[in-house]
Design a protein around this ligand. Structure first.
Ligand SMILES: Cc1cc2nc3c(=O)[nH]c(=O)nc-3n(C[C@H](O)[C@H](O)[C@H](O)COP(=O)(O)OP(=O)(O)OC[C@H]3O[C@@H](n4cnc5c(N)ncnc54)[C@H](O)[C@@H]3O)c2cc1C
Length: 484
């Protein structure tokens, strides 16, 4: 193995290896890119290195779960993970026997598979590439990324150091940020769960415990589904500012309906008018409203690009929450659990503001100012969980190496504060607006520019484009030149 010493953090580090591309993060985005590069990038064996502390590639925060109650939020036929074979996942569900083993996945014309099954599918997709060493998986968390002579030095937590031509940031979902009153009063408290997606985070909750969930998105509904499947009989309060919950998927699995690109909206208000008109047409045609939001999702990138910056901001300010409750929908199985739990009174929905938090022995006491009346309700809980979703706004502060890249002028937050600024080719943009040629952003962190870039099909398309652009630069390695 090649060993050269490079000063990094004022110390000399042994370089464990060189490669063409280091991908930081091996969730769906990182794995999808690694696969595309391995298949179409024209790279040599060992030239694609993925740093990912999890055991498998392709699972990530979204699918790395052993909890059978957690299901995909979209029907299996829409998990178009492999661009060249859009039906690969649903076919695999049948062939692998997973569908037979999970009869509860079927609802109407749709299959809502378990998230762990999607992780298994991705593991099988990636395994041959790992066996052939077309992709190398380093099971370490990256701690430093440094520029060295136009190349990148990437250091993992166990001091594995790679020297690479290109770095791709694919770490997507940081932990949630708890609402300030909770964070101030409860940080460090053993009954305050700040990252419910961490494996085992919910295990200590006892069956009769009273649970307060801050946030009313899909994460909150996952918590309810997961707790109920484990026999939780205590009360759960879901609390948010708006009180809006994600809407339910339609089990008929309708095709997308609506054209938002022929005469694209140039203001947020115009877009709203178009959506309302389209919803009315769908209704007349006997189609569910979900088909309109599926069309919005499909055409989302074009719609977003047609809105000027100030209108994008207006959309995010005024329409985002309402849009998201229709766009990110709950699987029918979660909807059934919710309805049942609401009917028994074990599940309560509250909207408003948290005005006071107190720790009283093991109890956590919260004063909530409730909408719309403004009355104050005092409640006691055994557990408080932050389920406000990934804190993309603070992503550059979420890890030392990202802060380091920002400090050294290689990345900046995007203009909407939802990720990292990049250009049309997904290359990072520096504070002067210049493209950083060999630093890419894969997956949802690039959605400030692209708009719709959260779901599997859109990410698969973006990573394909990144792989093509890296492939087009040729296999010739800057590392090779540097060393040779
Ligand atoms: C709970 C949840 C459920 C979802 N369900 C669906 C769904 O049903 N259908 C759908 O289409 N989309 C779904 N999504 C959307 C999701 O954004 C995408 O599907 C996709 O999985 C995003 O993957 P990713 O690799 O970009 O991000 P992540 O899943 O966040 O993966 C990032 C990876 O980076 C790793 N990492 C972080 N820091 C470092 C570091 N310093 N060094 C090395 N590695 C690091 C993490 O360990 C992680 O594995 C869901 C999202 C979430 C959060």
């Amino acid at each position: 193995m090649l060993r050269i010493s490079i000063p990094l953090q004022q110390k000399a580090f042994q370089v464990s290896g060189t490669c063409r591309v280091v991908i930081i993060g091996g969730g769906f985005s990182g794995a999808s890119l690694a696969r595309q590069l391995a298949l179409h990038g024209g790279l040599a064996s060992g030239d694609i290195v993925v740093f990912e502390p999890r055991e498998t590639l392709g699972a990530g925060v979204a699918y790395d779960t052993a909890d059978p109650a957690l299901r995909l939020n979209v029907a299996a036929n829409r998990m178009r993970a492999l661009p060249e074979d859009p039906a690969a996942f649903i076919d695999w569900l049948g062939k692998s026997g997973r569908l037979k083993a999970d009869p509860d996945a079927a609802r109407g014309d749709s299959i809502y598979a378990r998230r762990q099954d999607f992780a298994s599918f991705m593991r099988e997709v990636m395994q041959p590439l790992l066996d052939e060493e077309k992709v190398v998986h380093i099971r370490e968390r990256v701690e430093h990324v440094k520029r060295h002579g136009g190349l990148w030095l990437v250091q993992g937590q166990s001091s594995t150091v790679y020297l690479a031509d290109i770095v791709v940031i694919a770490t997507s979902h940081p932990a949630p940020r708890a609402p300030a009153p909770l964070a101030l009063a409860l940080n460090g408290h053993p009954r305050f769960i700040t990252d419910p997606s961490r494996p085992g985070a919910l295990d200590p909750i006892m069956p009769d415990d009273r649970v307060f969930v801050a946030g009313a998105g899909l994460t909150a509904l996952d918590i309810v589904a997961s707790r109920i499947a484990r026999g939780h009989a205590g009360t759960t309060t879901i609390f948010s500012r708006s009180g809006l919950l994600p809407r339910e998927q339609d089990t008929a699995n309708p095709a997308p309906f609506g054209d938002f690109t022929t005469s694209p909206a140039v203001t947020a208000r115009m877009l709203l008018r178009q959506v309302r008109a389209c919803l009315a047409s769908a209704n007349e045609a006997g189609l569910p409203w979900q088909s309109v939001f599926d069309a919005l999702r499909q055409q989302g990138q074009a719609i977003w690009r047609n809105l000027p910056l100030n209108e994008q901001k207006r959309f995010l300010r005024h329409l985002r929450r309402r849009f998201e409750t229709h766009r990110y929908r709950m699987p029918p199985q979660n909807a059934e659990v919710m309805q049942k739990e609401l009917a028994t009174g074990r599940l309560r929905l509250r909207a408003g503001r948290i005005c006071r938090v107190e720790r009283i022995a093991h109890r956590l006491q919260l004063d909530l100012i409730l909408k719309p009346e403004g009355i104050v309700e005092r409640c006691s809980f055994d557990w408080v969980i932050a389920a406000t979703g990934p804190d993309h706004a603070s992503v550059l502060k979420s890890q030392p190496w990202l802060s380091e890249l920002e400090r050294n002028g290689f990345v900046i937050a995007d203009r909407h504060g939802v990720g990292i600024a990049c250009d049309e080719a997904s290359r990072a943009v520096d504070p002067d607006g210049k493209v950083v040629e060999n630093l890419f952003v894969a997956g949802p962190l690039a959605r400030g520019l692209f708009g719709e870039l959260t779901g599997v099909p859109e990410i698969a398309q973006q990573t394909k484009a990144i792989a093509e652009s890296i492939g087009a630069q040729g296999a010739r390695s800057v590392v090779g030149r540097f060393l040779g």
